[in-house]
Design a protein around this ligand. Structure first.
Ligand SMILES: NC(=O)c1ccc[n+]([C@@H]2O[C@H](COP(=O)([O-])OP(=O)(O)OC[C@H]3O[C@@H](n4cnc5c(N)ncnc54)[C@H](O)[C@@H]3O)[C@@H](O)[C@H]2O)c1
Length: 314
């Protein structure tokens, strides 16, 4: 297979590209930034916000596009709502490539599309436009709607994956400042961490589970599209972990007493989410292998080996 991956220098894109290459497939990556982690992933540098020229004119033919490129920081979109428009523009450009070449697309959506839900776990049909709590969430909802319109008008096959708090190797603090990497950086150094809503509960998804789900989706969308095309599917672990528990798991892995302080939630956030995985299990035979108690220590070891100078490791 030849797979175009947008956002191929990011966390999910890098790990997915490596998995595809390991399985003997071809990858054509597109990203505005070079890949900082590996030379293995071929990446064409291209800012997909650029609206001049034909979208994907030099991408060649693909069996499927995995569209992951986006400004992925939720809170940043509250400060800079123009990021939402950028994300929507990028998706439009990618879909134009799919329309011209009649290529199916897999889209990296988010649990943010559900907004605040009173009942857990959350199944795919709970998505609601009224629930958008941030410009980032609004853009993901709009992206999903545009994909469905392209499917109906132009016959484009698709799967929408709704990711949830993905963490794992090939991440850093400079790009996304995500919670688990932040804990891995600060807690072992004895630096304080402020948790905005310690009882907030999320479905933290280890990267290998997320990639496994996407990989299965690619195989089916290309090989048996009638079984999966047109579906939105949650990927997660199906189990909630509070922000406080996540911090305790990192502290345990590091063998330190965490210095934590607590504050209230920030604007643009939701307080709880756990993925209902019934659909992922049924359609993809997806069975996550990394509950937080396994995945977080796994990631901590990667982080420590990469970012902690030898000699100061605990
Ligand atoms: N990681 C998560 O927890 C999570 C959760 C829900 C949804 N998602 C979605 O999944 C996708 C991948 O997430 P990720 O964690 O790998 O994010 P990431 O930030 O690590 O990677 C995104 C990549 O997109 C690229 N990009 C951004 N704007 C671009 C542009 N204008 N042109 C070309 N490339 C551009 C970035 O350079 C980056 O390499 C994103 O769409 C994100 O919104 C991720």
């Amino acid at each position: 297979m030849r797979v175009v991956i947008t956002g191929a220098s990011g966390l999910i894109g890098t790990n997915l590209a490596i998995r595809l290459l390991d399985e003997g497939h071809q990858v054509f990556g597109v990203d505005k930034d070079p890949n900082p982690w590996t030379d293995r992933v071929p990446v064409q540098i291209e800012d997909l916000r650029n609206t001049s020229g034909e979208p994907g004119a030099d991408w060649g033919q693909a069996d499927v596009v995995v569209h992951l490129a986006a400004r992925a920081k939720v809170h940043e979109s509250v400060e800079h709502p123009g990021n939402a428009l950028a994300n929507y523009t990028i998706t439009h450009r990618v879909l134009e490539y799919c329309r011209r070449t009649q290529t199916a697309v897999i889209f990296g959506s988010s649990r943010e599309t559900y907004g605040e839900q009173a009942t857990l776990p959350v199944s795919e049909d709970a998505v609601r436009v009224e629930g958008a709590v941030s410009p980032y969430a609004a853009a993901k909802l709009a992206d999903e709607a545009l994909i469905r319109a392209y499917a109906r008008c132009y016959g484009i096959g698709f799967i929408i994956f709704r990711f949830s708090n993905v963490y794992g190797r090939y991440d850093d603090l400079a790009r996304n400042n995500r919670y688990i990497p932040l804990l891995c950086q600060r807690l072992p150094r004895g630096e304080p961490v402020t948790i905005f809503g310690p009882q907030k509960t999320f479905d933290f998804t280890y990267i290998d589970d997320a990639v496994e789900g996407v990989y299965r989706g690619i195989e089916l969308l290309v090989g048996a599209p009638e079984r999966v095309s047109g579906e939105a599917i949650n990927l997660g672990t199906g189990v909630g972990t509070t922000l406080l528990q996540a911090a305790q798991l990192v502290a345990e892995a590091a063998g330190v007493e965490p210095k934590l302080s607590f504050s209230t939630m920030q604007v643009g956030e939701i307080s709880q989410y756990v993925a209902d995985l019934t659909k992922a299990r049924t359609l993809l035979d997806y069975h996550p292998q990394y509950p937080a108690a396994r995945g977080i220590p796994e990631f901590y070891r990667w982080w420590q080996a990469r970012y902690t100078p030898v000699g100061s490791r605990r």
